[in-house]
Design a protein around this ligand. Sequence first.
Ligand code: OMP
Length: 245
Amino acid sequence: MIENARQKLIFALDVDQFEEAEHFVKLLHDKVGMFKVGKQLFTRCGPEVIHMIKGEGGDVFLDLKYHDIPNTVAMACLEADRLGIGMFNVHALGGSEMMKTAADAVRNRCAAEKRQMPLMLAVTILTSSAEETLREIGIEHSVEEMVPRLARLAQEAGFGGVVASPREIGLIREACGPDFVIVTPGVRPATASADDQKRVTTPADAIASGADYLVVGRPIAKADDPVAAAEAIVEEMAQALSPRA
Ligand SMILES: O=C(O)c1cc(=O)[nH]c(=O)n1[C@@H]1O[C@H](COP(=O)(O)O)[C@@H](O)[C@H]1O
């Protein structure tokens, strides 16, 4: 159960130095299932950091949240695919045409090269957003309406899953079924600070709700002992997985 839980934990490598990223990868490669490389680290270090993680035996979630015109996003997704990573994401708010163009481009290339497609994820509504955030930008629907709506669009466009708050897992399962992958940031152990996250749950609640993967950054990176923090989260996840098994 511990190994099963570990595979579901993605550590957000939100640092700005190659050496710091390498330090965390060496420290945590057998404590977490995957490393997430986001805008900060990728902008600073580029593909070299992906090669380093793979060289250490780690798998990568490239989190650049592409959101642009369909052709631009499709071409960026082809480059992400070229890096040989496990998963990457776009913003579902880019809409169906953008997502379908991107998914078709990657699927066609993978089919031509006879290999498995990476997991393409669509970010629904950011876990740092609240109802007021949606109103502010002119969206009158609630988070509970928007998240399953965007998840359905992503699924229809050929995406394998979504990124969402663990609070919306039930709604996404209802809309997209049991096999659609749900990756949940906005996860905080009961004693940790929420930071800028608004829609959070504990690791146990995320697992009990049916999350496939949990993304955790600062509660591990900023802990006095990151290894112990990662182990405690995995332990909490494993306990919550037992009734699910
Ligand atoms: O796509 C993401 O990974 C993502 C989507 C989302 O809605 N919320 C969210 O926090 N993230 C990312 O997940 C990570 C969460 O980090 P912590 O808040 O430090 O645990 C960050 O790297 C975010 O960029």
